[in-house]
Ligand binder design. Structure first.
Ligand code: ATP
Ligand code: MTE
Length: 162
């Protein structure tokens, strides 16, 4: 089981004006190998996002922190910028794979500025805000995630084959 945290960045969601269907989609896509032990909806405020990410990684130390929302071009979209400031190592391959997969579904996939990286023993991955964006992004990332988390948690050291 991989201990997982979900952070939803949505101004409307935080005000109770939007039902969070993207968080629900994350849980559905992850399946039973991931245990979601923390879930929160917060507004698109950079300082609040950074504080929340630091709290999750440093106090709760999940294997995986998935975020949804705020990766686009609007002035309130600051999730990747906040993420970049809290991560210790950048993991470019995950957003590369997500956008590569996404571009085969919609050209708009290139408009996500999502990043991924490591803080402590937690892998942080930004996902887009829409349900479709979440579903497609996780379809791209999930096949390598278990191996990534096993290495990060010190449960695997060799890549082997397959
Ligand atoms: N938590 C969510 N649940 C369902 N749909 C969402 C969610 N967050 C975003 N969406 C959908 O994805 C679109 C793009 O997401 P984005 O993060 O840019 O949000 P937004 O339009 O700025 O609104 P807000 O941040 O207030 O939710 C939204 O307009 C909405 O249609
Ligand atoms: N795979 C995939 N990626 C996607 C999408 C999608 O539908 N599928 N939506 C895109 C759109 S329309 C936008 S504007 C950006 C940023 O979304 P966000 O601001 O909701 O995070 O993600 C993009 N990434």
């Amino acid at each position: 089981m991989y201990k997982t945290a979900i952070l939803i960045m949505s101004d409307k969601g935080a005000r109770g004006e939007r039902q969070d269907l993207s968080g629900k989609q994350i849980k559905e896509s992850l399946g039973p190998s991931y245990s979601v032990e923390y879930y929160k909806i917060i507004p698109d405020e950079k300082d609040q996002i950074m504080a929340e990410m630091r709290y999750i990684c440093d106090q709760l130390s999940p294997a995986l922190l998935l975020t949804s929302g705020g990766t686009g071009f609007s002035s309130r979209d600051v999730t990747p910028d906040a993420t970049r400031e809290v991560i210790e190592k950048v993991v470019p391959g995950i957003p590369e794979a997500i956008r590569y997969y996404g571009l085969q579904q919609t050209p708009k996939a290139m408009l996500s500025r999502a990043v991924a990286g490591i803080r402590g023993k937690t892998l942080i991955i930004n996902l887009p805000g829409s349900v479709r964006g979440v579903r497609e992004s996780l379809a791209a990332a999930l096949p390598a995630l278990d191996h990534a988390l096993d290495i990060l948690q010190g449960m695997a050291s060799e890549c082997g084959q397959g």
